[in-house]
Design a protein around this ligand. Sequence first.
Ligand SMILES: Nc1ncnc2c1ncn2[C@@H]1O[C@H](COP(=O)(O)OP(=O)(O)OP(=O)(O)O)[C@@H](O)[C@H]1O
Ligand SMILES: [Mg+2]
Length: 402
Amino acid sequence: MRMAAVLNPFIWDRPLDDPAKIIGMEAFANRVALTLKGQTNVALFGPRDTGKTTFTNQLALELAKSHDAGAPPFDVVKVNLQRVVSIPGFIGCVHDAMIGHPHKRLRRAAQRQIGALEKEIGFDIKIVKGSVKSSARTPAQDAETLHAQLVALRSVSDRLVVVFDEFQRLRHCPGDPLAIIRSALMSSGANHVSLLFTGSIRNAMKMMLERSQEPIFGEAADMQLPAISRVDFLEYLDYQFSETHKPADEDALNYLLAATGAHPRSTQQMAWECWVNTPSGRRVTLETVMRAHDRLVQTIERSEFASVLNLLMGGDEGEANEVRALQLLADRGGDKVSSRPVAARYGFSSHSRVRPALERLQGRGLVDHRDGTWYIVDPLFGEWLRRASPLADHVAYSPDGD
Ligand SMILES: Nc1ncnc2c1ncn2[C@@H]1O[C@H](COP(=O)(O)OP(=O)(O)OP(=O)(O)O)[C@@H](O)[C@H]1O
Ligand SMILES: [Mg+2]
């Protein structure tokens, strides 16, 4: 038997890079690629774990294609800002993105640029990262280094897209990183560069990009990562289970997707949970899926979701309202959130308090708003809340309902 046949086909703990495994993003990648090639920057919102980083991988493939006469191939450099809280940290991330570029040609170009930069500024970039001993550096020196480094970055290709993943993290970075980005990557010498900002906390991103006193005001087209359609996911799961000799029953797959609402990470995690618990050659049944679902809902007890909930429970009235809103959403869905009797049943002093509470939860990335309806982003968290709720009507999912 080929090894590939026994490897787990479901990945849920890291972004996907194999294009054969990325579901349903081609059309959107094409749209975003054409926008970027047309010299418009893009700000892409999507809650946590819904596939933003995965999407940037699909996008890189799309950008590498030549589209029309005016849209030849573009190179991509991805800067992961997830852990950035300072300018030296930002410099470290850009350094890693350049030195560790997956394509040799770009990696070489980046090394050449960094070499030239180090000669010009007279020291090793590693000094900034703290891995080489040196005397203390001033914030102004660090800002200058970052600027010079971004200018070096823009020189690695004649047609370049720079992706700033988890851009909203820069909100906590002192030293005006946005002004430095603007000056290095959005000025007249950077006409060949387009930027993609991704972020999970919509309000923070919007604030940074749109507030008039901020330097990136009005420079980016605002797009939302599309949901993966249920049929596309169904087809993918069906194919992967049978290819790995663990074919899945139709009602099992329908139950799985109803339980996760086709949420990208949770769907893959639940598929994986079913997969590891099914011996090779056996079928994945409705019972397999229901058991997997129960186990995963129980893991929420020890997850960050439970800690956040505890924190909110111990907080002030505004935070208590957030707990109420979460519970309401988990029990009843997002259609009737501002009904007076419902709000009263959940302990709101007025039904007008529901919406601000939902907005605060959205700011935390726990709930979101799509097609006019509020919903809890993580379906396992939602189900965990619902199961413990004294106000929910505990009707099990019907396999073909949603
Ligand atoms: N297009 C896709 N097709 C199939 N599965 C996907 C897709 N996008 C994401 N996933 C699933 O979701 C998981 C999380 O994806 P990813 O890390 O890209 O999300 P993210 O939005 O960048 O998350 P974070 O907010 O944690 O950075 C992946 O491991 C994969 O299981
Ligand atoms: Mg990500």
